[in-house]
Design a protein around this ligand. Structure first.
Ligand SMILES: Cc1cc2nc3c(=O)[nH]c(=O)nc-3n(C[C@H](O)[C@H](O)[C@H](O)COP(=O)(O)O)c2cc1C
Length: 549
């Protein structure tokens, strides 16, 4: 375990999705929508406005749709939750049962100290079991579920998005859980896409093994369970680390699991809905188009064909869907809060990089994986900055096409501050490295080169600079009080919002500034008059030490 992490944070993670919904509602983070909503045309676009409408992250809410219909006028008695897992880091933190600031620590602990699941014989997720004719009859099987269309106008069908797809390695029996999209194809058939690229889906590696054995691959798609269990789906963990045990580590207690009814896989006993089935390994079926998280529509590709063998559920389940597509989205929040701490842990503990403070993955439009910022403490040795850049670019094949190191005073969430740092703190002859042969990673198949390159930039502060030219903090704080007293428009301060020191300064100038704010500006005039000199060009520095122009 990392020495940096301290004791495991106490978690009050809800046991199932409905307990999580109740918590969100009690905290005013859930909006119930009882008006009729068409799942094929209205549901996702409505929730999408939270991300495209200029709302601040904190203003995003979970939406629970209780009156869902489809374009044929069919009514569903299963409510739909969207944004309920990760519309904002706050909503995610409630699912984990810890404050937002502790999310990273909880992840690091869970991976270091997983807790094995406990097998139970009877389970809420199997109160209702649909098999045989119940799966194939008109309006039976998957048609029972209110599956929304994520990108109306582009998607070929309703899609399962908030999935936890459980598969098992046929050689060592270790289960994997991944969040993979599932396209409705028939009442008893789904198209499933498990990425086959480098660093792609763990489920795909299992599929390759079943294919070699000439067997179909059993798969269980869990829809809705304790959020902490579901959060392991999008997380990229080491192959053969059982994610159910990591989920136990996240929750601080063992997850109850039950054996599926028609296949030999274990699923969370408190899940809302489980779709059991077998994936063909001898044939693939066209799947898509579907709006993807890299921000483009994924076109039709040959992907996996899953035959449903059973659908099991609670008597009164809730169906959960994730907003994905262009970032920011629920899909990027769910990844960002969990990926960043794992990258930081890798740099800090595995590589022992000195001076590394924060890892921030760029979210709007780029979808986290391409652009990564590293924040370093002032004075971090340059070779360490470069080890950090290389480490962040190589941890995952699909992450870190552009990695930029900045100093601690630069807020990586502010693109303007990044440009500011590039503009004044890096010399592109010495501070930039381009390396070839990066896999192109997650993105549209067409219109891009199959191989890309990596761009690393050291934009940290390498020498002392004069202070940032804004009024010092106490003056800005006092002025803000007056601003508010005057009832002027609400401020949302952007960092940097006050001046601060960057190393180059003298006590004499502190004296000048102090005198000036006390109205004694004549004092500095007296001092400088005594220091007048001849034989110099204007703009000759009037102090000892280095001056950078
Ligand atoms: C909403 C959402 C949808 C996703 N869809 C897919 C998908 O269809 N196929 C895929 O391979 N990965 C998908 N991912 C990314 C994977 O979940 C992620 O790479 C994860 O690490 C996979 O788990 P694994 O490493 O255990 O396979 C999705 C992630 C999210 C949050």
């Amino acid at each position: 375990m990392s020495e940096n992490t301290g004791p495991a944070p106490m978690s009050a993670a809800p046991d199932d999705l409905q307990a999580h919904i109740a918590l969100l509602e009690s905290k005013g983070l859930l909006i119930r929508i009882d008006r009729e909503i068409n799942k094929d045309t209205e549901l996702h676009p409505l929730a999408r406005w939270q991300f495209q409408g200029g709302l601040h992250e904190d203003e995003r809410r979970a939406f629970l749709f209780t009156n869902v219909v489809d374009s044929k006028g069919k009514k569903y008695d299963i409510p739909v939750l969207v944004g309920g897992l990760a519309a904002s880091p706050e909503i995610y933190a409630i699912g984990l049962g810890v404050p937002v600031e502790t999310i990273g620590k909880v992840w690091v602990h869970a991976v270091a100290d997983p807790i094995e699941p406990t097998v139970v014989e009877t389970a809420a997720c199997q109160e209702v079991v649909l098999t045989g004719d119940d799966l194939t009859k008109p309006d039976g099987g998957l048609a029972v579920l209110p599956v929304p269309i994520s990108t109306p106008g582009f998607d070929a069908a309703p899609y399962l998005t908030a999935t936890l797809c459980v598969t098992k390695d046929p050689e060592n029996g270790v289960q994997n859980m991944g969040t993979y999209r599932g396209q409705l194809k028939a009442n008893d058939r789904l198209g499933v896409r498990m990425a086959s690229r480098l660093s792609g889906a763990g489920g795909y590696l299992h599929w390759e093994k079943y294919r070699k054995l000439g067997q179909k691959m059993p798969v269980a798609i869990v829809l809705g369970c304790a959020p902490a269990v579901l959060f392991t789906g999008p997380q990229k963990l080491q192959i053969d680390l059982d994610e159910m045990a990591v989920a136990g580590g996240l929750m601080g207690r063992s997850v109850k699991v039950v054996r599926c009814k028609t296949i030999d896989l274990m699923v969370p006993a408190d899940a809302e809905i489980v779709i059991e089935g077998l994936i063909d390994t001898d044939r693939l079926e066209p799947e898509g188009p579907f709006g993807e998280s890299h921000g483009y529509v994924a076109l039709e590709d040959f992907n996996m064909s899953m035959h449903v063998t059973a659908i099991t559920m609670k008597k009164k389940p809730v169906f959960v869907s994730i907003i994905s597509q262009v970032t920011p989205s629920e899909s990027s929040v769910i990844k960002k809060v969990a990926y960043e701490p794992m990258f930081l842990e890798h740099l800090k503990t595995t590589l022992g990089i000195r001076g590394i403070k924060r890892v921030v993955m760029h979210e709007p439009l780029t979808n986290l994986r391409k652009v990564i910022f590293l924040q370093f403490a002032k004075g971090a040795p340059q070779p360490e900055v470069w080890r950090g850049l290389q480490g962040a670019a190589t941890l995952q094949a699909q992450c870190g096409k552009l990695v930029i190191a900045v100093s601690e005073d630069i807020n990586p969430e502010n693109a303007d501050a990044i440009f500011w740092s590039l503009a004044y703190r890096s010399d592109f002859t010495h501070d930039v490295l381009v390396t070839p042969f990066r896999s192109s990673g997650h993105g549209p198949k067409s219109g891009r080169a199959p191989l890309e390159s990596t761009l690393l930039i050291d934009a940290t502060l390498k020498n002392d600079l004069p202070p940032l030219a804004l009024p010092a903090e106490p003056y800005m704080v006092e002025a803000k009080k007056i601003w508010e007293e005057l009832g002027l428009p609400r401020l949302s301060p952007q960092s940097p919002w006050h001046g601060y020191h960057l190393g180059e300064w003298t006590p004499l100038w502190t004296q000048y500034a102090e005198d000036a704010v006390h109205g004694d500006w004549r004092k500095s005039g007296e001092l400088t008059y005594a220091r007048r000199e001849g034989g110099m060009k204007p703009e000759t520095p009037a102090h000892q030490g280095t001056v950078h122009e």
